[in-house]
Design a protein around this ligand. Sequence first.
Ligand code: ADP
Length: 163
Amino acid sequence: MTIAIYPGSFDPITNGHLDVVLRASRIFEKVIVGVYDTPEKKLMFSPQERVELAKAAVKDIVNVEVQLYCGLTVDFAQKVGAQVMVRGLRASADFEFEFDMAMMTNKLSPELEMVCFMASPQYQFLSSSLLKEVARLGGKIDDWVAASVAFAVKEKVKNLKQY
Ligand code: ADP
């Protein structure tokens, strides 16, 4: 059975991420969305919140599960028995970073294969950080995330404004 991990910050999970998850789920027997607990980024959601939002968003895809992990992604892959690491590639933003990541992953764990999915045209410009920025400024985000995620982002923004 081919198991794939899809690691990332998922702060929060967007429809661009979900598109990659869905496509990966049609190819691999099991896809594990790996929510990395402490990325070096300014985060809107706690690790547990990011996991819960991701779980709700993928609940209808039977061969997909969500797990929180810390430490090296290659160690997480080994722990769950994954042979493949899935990533998404947007046209201009991601190639160099993902290429370096693939090279480093190969050094650390030669048997773990990295498979990149080209972002679908409608999600090329979509990132969690841009989404959060739009929400903070009062823009509409409902087309880009699951309803439960849109609700959670709006609640966060509302609470932030109280200070
Ligand atoms: P990271 O913190 O590792 O960049 P993210 O949670 O932002 O993690 O993204 C996880 C993966 O999903 C990365 O490979 C990223 O390139 C990809 N990704 C992010 N947004 C999109 C999108 N709109 N379409 C396709 N892939 C995406």
